[in-house]
Design a binder for this molecule. Structure first.
Ligand SMILES: *Cc1c(COP(=O)(O)O)cnc(C)c1O
Length: 296
């Protein structure tokens, strides 16, 4: 297991790898405020708020839903990191960011817009670098993998992994587990990942290019939809907690691990394979999901 739940900033997660490059760009451009958006329990928003605090920037978060009566999970942490919150009801993908950025500019601020999930070429570069790190670790251990399983939602993680795999000669098939059916709007999600991988390669000045055959996304584990915990997630979270002492999260890694367990139980993956599970974080969301995780 690759433990990106332990990336070290504000309770960890995969967005920290993207933010390393996104915040670098914001600072290079002389910006003084980060602005991004997502769901009320967004891990991406929480890590953005933490990154802003660590770098002396202000942070505005555009969150779907209404202000809850008590701050819990990621939203509690957003508040502790000092983020300014804008609630936008039905809109949970930062649709109102442009107008809020504009009003910040009129007030004399210099906002830097972090895209949804941190998933543009700058953010995906963090996951190209992550593959270099993994390739080094595997070679030090004298290990190799046949499959890399991870939760895939806004696509930056998978795009970066795809570019990194070809650049650093990483063996192993990338198996993205789809988390959110509508994650990429009108474009089919796999196509969105292919485009982002190609744009990231272009930005890095490398010649490698990708097509649909480089991007596998398993969409059979979407269950009740984004953020809905079912038996698949509940069982995976309890199994890994009780056999490894490791916590997964209710929205992403619980679903991805549920998919991996299903592939093993159906015999698609077996002891002849060597599988790496990329733990992308999200554990602060366990607490607001307490009622869905334990059935007494
Ligand atoms: C955002 C997130 C993902 C998905 O990463 P993308 O780059 O958006 O596809 C997976 N797991 C967790 C815990 C996340 O917060």
């Amino acid at each position: 297991m690759k433990r990106d739940d332990q990336t070290g900033l504000g309770l960890g997660g995969n967005k920290t790898r993207k933010l390393e490059f996104l915040v670098g760009e914001a600072l290079t451009q002389g910006c003084d405020t980060l602005i991004t958006g997502g769901a009320a329990q967004s891990n991406h928003c929480r890590q953005t708020a933490a990154a802003a605090a660590a770098c002396g920037l202000a942070c505005h978060l555009v969150l779907g839903g209404e202000a809850p009566a008590t701050a819990e999970g990621n939203f509690l942490l957003d508040r502790l990191f000092g983020a300014v919150i804008h609630w936008t009801g039905e809109l949970r993908k930062g649709e109102r960011i442009p107008e809020i950025a504009e009003s910040l500019r009129s007030a004399g601020r210099k906002p830097y817009v972090v895209p949804y999930g941190g998933s543009n070429t700058t953010g995906a570069t963090g996951f190209v670098e992550a593959v270099r790190e993994l390739a080094d670790q595997l070679s030090q251990l004298g290990e190799s993998v046949t499959h890399i399983v991870f939760a895939s939602s806004s696509g930056g993680t998978q795009a970066g992994l795809t570019v990194g795999k070809s650049l650093f000669g990483l063996s192993g098939e990338l198996l993205g587990i789809g988390i959110d059916k509508g994650a990429s709007g009108d474009v089919p999600f796999a196509e969105h990942v292919v485009r982002l991988a190609n744009a990231t390669a272009e930005r890095l000045g490398v010649r490698n290019r990708f097509s649909a055959s480089d991007v596998t996304i398993r969409n059979e584990y979407l269950g009740g939809g984004y953020g809905v915990v079912g038996e698949l997630e509940r069982r995976a979270i309890q199994m890994v907690a009780q056999t490894e002492g490791i916590l997964l999260d209710p929205v992403y890694t619980g679903r991805a691990m549920g998919g991996l367990i299903d592939m093993i139980e159906r015999g698609e993956l077996s002891r002849t394979h060597s599988v790496l599970f990329w733990h992308t974080g999200g554990t602060p969301a366990l607490f607001p999901y307490a009622r869905d995780l334990i059935r007494s």
